[in-house]
Design a protein around this ligand. Structure first.
Ligand SMILES: [Zn+2]
Length: 138
């Protein structure tokens, strides 16, 4: 039992450090730079353009006129750049409406994969049908 415990403890220790390392750069916990780039855009804040949004929802600081702010393309919510970048380090959703930016990125890939899988299935079915015809006539 003691040997098992030691081994288990050793394994746990190594495993923990590995997951910690993975966590710090793993895209599962946040968004990668390219995902942020795709999902957001920098816009210049003016009180006329964003008259209903005067404060950053994360920091609660007032936006300044002509300040470059970060806008989430999908929901058009805007934030102070530093704060939203820090937010996306370990989160993937909009702080205001919880829209998941990662789903935006994944859906085209999933569509491509499903197209590939569907075409493979169709090709395999055609082969099976052709094979059965060949067997039937031979
Ligand atoms: Zn939003």
């Amino acid at each position: 039992m003691s040997i098992y415990n030691i081994e288990y403890g050793d394994f746990n220790g190594t495993y923990d450090t590995e997951t910690d390392e993975v966590d710090s750069k793993d895209i599962k916990t946040g968004l990668s730079k390219s995902q942020i780039k795709k999902g957001t855009e920098d816009v210049m804040y003016t009180s006329e353009l964003f008259h209903d949004r005067t404060k950053c929802p994360i920091s609660l600081d007032d936006f300044d006129d002509n300040e470059i702010v970060c806008k989430i393309r999908h929901c058009r919510h805007i934030f102070k750049r530093d704060y939203i970048m820090r937010w996306f380090e370990n989160r993937t959703c909009c702080p205001v409406c919880r829209h998941n930016l990662k789903e935006d990125m994944n859906s085209p890939e999933i569509q491509i994969y499903s197209h590939i899988i569907i075409s493979i299935v169709i090709v395999v079915e055609i082969i099976i049908v052709v094979m059965s015809f060949i067997r039937f006539y031979i």
